[in-house]
Design a binder for this molecule. Structure first.
Ligand code: FES
Ligand code: FES
Length: 219
């Protein structure tokens, strides 16, 4: 109890202590250590959709913001900005990544492909055409990320890269519905177009493995 009395502070004591610490915080910093909010800029040069681009950026700029805000490639979508939805998926040096989770300055010299680099409205990429044919989208917001992801998925399977559901790690992964669903699971579609997306990807890949067929929407 005596200790408690020793530790207890009156409201007046508490306010006085708060004012003192605020004064310390606002005191000028020592000579030569001038605090500044000025961004630290750096230049990054990379290839985007086959074109060499060079940007001077705040080093905190994500690849997603560099693409959307600086290069105006607005096909790349910002969904969650936290690596949870896949809307921002782009292909960097052949591998799909969430562009919201990486800084632009980390990609010096890299080759970045966005949906704008895959096809155009009058010359659709086969995956874009298949998404249209199979109604693989509704609002379409997730679609650029889904298609970039799907392109890399097909290359992963072709290259024999296993996934969490690959049963036999000594054999090449088969193009099964389970493989496609697992590999595309980082791309969320709030409209629930999943079964049509699987059908579209499978068609571009030449169909599912023998004995497999696209089933109903179980997402
Ligand atoms: S915006 Fe990047 S994962 Fe959602
Ligand atoms: S089509 Fe609407 S989020 Fe996928």
């Amino acid at each position: 109890m005596a200790d408690q009395q020793h530790l207890s502070l009156s409201r007046r004591d508490l306010m006085a202590a708060g004012a003192a610490s605020a004064a310390v915080a606002s005191a000028p910093s020592p000579a030569g250590a001038v605090p500044t909010d000025a961004p630290h800029l750096a230049r990054v040069a990379f290839t985007v959709n086959g074109q060499k681009r060079s940007l001077e950026l705040d080093t905190r700029t994500t690849l997603l913001d560099a693409l959307r805000e600086h290069l105006k490639l607005t096909g790349v979508k910002k969904g969650c900005d936290h690596g949870q939805c896949g809307a921002c998926t782009v292909i960097v040096d052949g591998r799909r990544i969430n562009s919201c989770l990486t800084l632009a300055v980390m990609h010096e010299g890299d080759a970045v492909t966005t949906i704008e680099g895959l096809g155009t409205p009058d010359r659709l990429h086969p995956l874009q055409a298949a998404f249209v044919k199979h109604d693989g989208y509704q609002c379409g917001y997730c679609t650029p990320g889904q298609i970039c992801s799907a392109k890399a998925v097909l290359e992963e399977i072709k290259a024999g890269v296993p996934s969490h559901v690959t049963a036999d790690l000594t054999d090449d992964p088969k193009l099964t519905e389970a493989e496609l669903r697992e590999r595309m699971s980082g791309n969320i579609c709030r409209c629930g177009a999943y079964s049509n997306i699987v059908e579209a990807i499978a068609e571009v890949a030449g169909g599912l493995a023998k004995g497999e067929r696209a089933k109903g929407n179980r997402a």
